[in-house]
Write a protein that binds this ligand. Structure first.
Ligand code: OSB
Ligand code: MG
Length: 369
């Protein structure tokens, strides 16, 4: 796999509706699209670091810097047989998982294309369709929330996740449960609470939630183990799980019963697969999280979610739930039965709409030998 040209695109895309969480309000999403070329084959990846460091410390600017000054110089002009060989060139770089994951994704796409197989097959996927859910931001009223949920259920989504924040937690859950007693429902706090709030999570027990995602500190594992001892509802960790080592600690300490896997957060598909396999061996279900990706990142997510232990519906929704027009063709759609098809063509299995990509690009940088 020769890598003789790499291109970074800083993209900015307007969301169809603002996404409100305990971290703030997002009206548009900025990411980096990464294109790697060589041997006449192009690979695509997406770095999910956002404009601000509110979910993690990484931002578009830090990722741009790490990619340009540390990751790309280690691989440009080289010839690799495996992705492992390429990523070992950046083992010395600590953290910056989203920067690493975006570049690694492009390498996986290119490698799968060179072997003429789908990214799903390349990663060890076994499913042709994956179960999908939707992540809904904080709404202005319970009625607004109920209307939104109704619409998504009609489209087929198998599971509803709502964002919660202090002062906006028990009430919306109660309202939704009254209206929809039997749906798969979960909440995501994005680290907005502390152990002092145990009573809020105890009060939620009666609503039969599938899980409570990341209630406490964004790097915490210890205090989550204390909270999990106090409640029956499974805790799912998102932000706190950045490596296989974090996963081991969380499972051994019984800090959670479920894990959300996002390749960006854990530094790429390679680490994500290790976490997936480890969780399978410990009977811990995993599901695929989302970072409001464009179709390029989404294609990677769909491929990874086709691995066998992704047994719960993921935050992988249709393109149009995020953006008026995606940068890939065909766009990602949801089937009536709440599944999404795993592309079977080579690599990510969708075509990048270059014209659309250029329209949403605010800065571009080329590297070559
Ligand atoms: O916590 O899962 C999260 C989006 C951005 C950052 C963090 C999170 C999210 C989501 C959206 O919940 C998931 C999606 O892409 O649909
Ligand atoms: Mg989350």
């Amino acid at each position: 796999m020769l890598l003789d040209r790499i291109t970074l695109y800083h993209i900015k895309m307007e969301l169809v509706t603002p996404f409100v969480t305990s971290m703030g309000t997002e009206k548009e999403e900025e990411h980096i699209i990464i294109k790697v070329d060589g041997d006449g084959i192009t690979g695509w990846g997406e770095c999910v670091a956002a404009a601000n460091p509110f979910y993690t410390y990484e931002t578009v600017q830090t990722a741009w810097h790490i990619l340009s000054d540390f990751l790309i110089p280690g691989i440009i002009g080289k010839n690799f047989n495996t992705v492992d060989e390429a990523i070992s060139s950046w083992r010395k770089v600590r953290g910056h998982n989203m920067a690493k994951a975006g570049l690694e994704a492009a390498l996986w796409d290119k490698l799968a294309k060179s072997k003429n197989i789908s990214l799903s097959k390349m990663l060890g996927g076994v499913k042709e369709k994956i179960d999908v859910g939707v992540s809904i931001g904080i709404q202005s009223s319970d009625n607004e929330l109920i209307k939104k949920v109704e619409g998504y259920l009609e489209e087929g989504y198998k599971r509803i996740k709502i964002k919660i924040a202090p002062g906006n937690d028990i009430q919306p859950v109660k309202a939704l449960r009254k209206e929809f007693p039997n749906i798969l429902l979960q909440v995501d706090a994005n680290s907005a609470y502390t152990l002092k709030d145990v009573k809020i999570f105890k009060a939620m027990e009666e609503f039969n939630l599938l899980m409570i995602e990341q209630p406490l500190g964004y790097e915490d594992i210890y205090e989550h183990s204390k909270l999990q001892r106090e409640i029956k509802t499974p805790i799912c960790l998102d932000e706190s799980i950045r490596t296989l080592a974090d996963t081991r600690a969380a499972i051994e300490l019984e800090s959670c019963k479920i894990i959300n896997i996002k390749p960006g957060r854990v530094g790429g598909f390679t680490e994500a697969k290790l976490i997936h396999d480890y969780c399978a061996s410990k009977n811990i279900p995993v599901w695929h999280g989302g970072m409001l990706e464009s179709g390029i990142g989404r294609a990677g997510n769909v491929a990874l979610a086709s691995l066998p232990n992704f047994t719960l519906p993921g935050d992988i929704s249709a393109s149009k739930r995020y953006y008026k027009k995606d940068i890939v063709e065909p766009e990602f759609v949801i089937n009536k039965d709440g599944t999404m098809n795993v592309p079977s063509k080579t690599g990510i299995g969708v075509e990048v709409n270059i014209e659309r990509l250029e329209q949403v690009t605010v800065q571009k940088l080329f590297f070559s030998v």
